[in-house]
Design a protein around this ligand. Structure first.
Ligand SMILES: O=C(O)CCC(=O)C(=O)O
Ligand SMILES: [Fe+2]
Length: 320
């Protein structure tokens, strides 16, 4: 390892590295690109104006509009993975110009793996997406939010806490909550995040966007949706979550990392339709399906663990 600098040895996206400034000096980037990566490094997000063709957005809305109720607050409020049904959602998740920006930020091949489409503002409390999706090496994940129409003070625009991505990635273990199958404990995590942001003096910023604008947030940036103030006003949008090749991908919310119960995700690359192989330091990691779309590292998956999982499913709680 003597010829490799300490900065190069760090298993992190270069844009999140503590040696970012040194690494930047070695990059072949235009002044505009330098500004973009520096902003992402410092603030944890990037706004790209007019990135997505309005023609594609209009086609998307025509395809998905029938999936939603007429009135705000009625179910379903969100649709996950409409890309499986609609080519336009897939196209929005696989925009080459956005891939190029992600390659610049992460130096790895992007893997769009999940879509969420909303008709109305989500009014979600602050969270970091790392509670839902994380990776090892850490931080090879980001969210790409596309405005399918204008967002403003009344239709529940996005908010984020600039620079909060620099904090550690909190999981349930850190705040004394057990890994869970449902959302019963999630409000405790949300309380924690809100209180943490306030205690550390982070300032919430609301962002207003135009149709076709894009916001990229780094995996650990705290963000959410503002309250809807304008009655039955829409806020059409699509979020695509991206991983990057060459990692292990897991859900912290369902995992107990320290007793080897790492809950691995079944990752399909939306752009290619192919399953993405988990890997660790260049070595492929085989996984085993433990039911309910949950996967575990197969060499950790012993017979007693299997028995426990099956019993848990039958009796609805942990057997021992
Ligand atoms: O659209 C929003 O209000 C927030 C969505 C979000 O937090 C996410 O998809 O990660
Ligand atoms: Fe989120």
């Amino acid at each position: 390892m003597k010829n490799v600098s300490v900065a190069q040895r760090m298993n992190l996206p270069w844009v999140e590295s503590p040696f970012f400034d040194d690494l930047l000096l070695k990059k072949d980037l235009t002044p505009e690109q330098r500004e973009m990566v520096t902003h992402y490094n410092r603030e944890g997000f990037l706004v790209l104006r007019q990135q997505v063709a309005h023609e594609l957005i209009d086609r998307t809305l025509r395809e998905i509009e029938g999936e939603y109720p007429a009135t705000v607050g009625e179910d379903p409020t969100r649709h996950q993975d409409l890309w499986k049904k609609y080519g336009t959602v897939r196209e929005l998740a696989s925009q080459p110009q956005i891939f190029d920006v992600l390659r610049m930020l992460y130096d790895r091949e992007p893997v769009p793996f999940q879509t969420l489409n909303f008709k109305f503002g989500t009014q979600q409390r602050a969270h970091s997406d790392t509670i839902h999706f994380s990776s090892t090496p850490a931080r090879f994940m980001c969210g790409v939010w596309v405005a399918l129409e204008e967002t403003n003070a009344t239709n529940g625009p996005l908010f984020y806490y600039p620079r909060s991505h620099r904090q550690e990635e909190f999981n349930y273990f850190d705040i004394g909550i057990e890994a869970e199958e449902n959302y019963a404990e999630y409000h405790n995590y949300e309380d924690f995040m809100e209180e943490f942001m306030e205690a550390k003096g982070y300032l919430r910023q609301e962002i207003h966007m135009q149709k076709g604008d894009v916001l990229i947030w780094s995996s650990n940036l705290a963000h959410g949706g503002m309250p809807i103030k304008g009655g039955n006003v829409t806020r059409w949008s699509q979020v695509t979550h991206y991983y990057f090749e060459g990692c292990m991908y897991y859900s912290p919310r369902f995992s107990d990392m320290f007793s080897k119960n790492l809950n691995l995700r079944h990752v399909i690359n939306i752009a290619t339709g192919k399953v993405v192989q988990h890997s660790e330091n260049g070595k492929s990691i085989e996984t085993i399906n433990t039911g309910n779309f949950r996967y575990a590292v197969s060499h950790n998956f012993t017979l007693p663990v299997l028995v426990k999982e099956v019993l848990k499913k039958i009796i609805g709680k942990k057997p021992f």
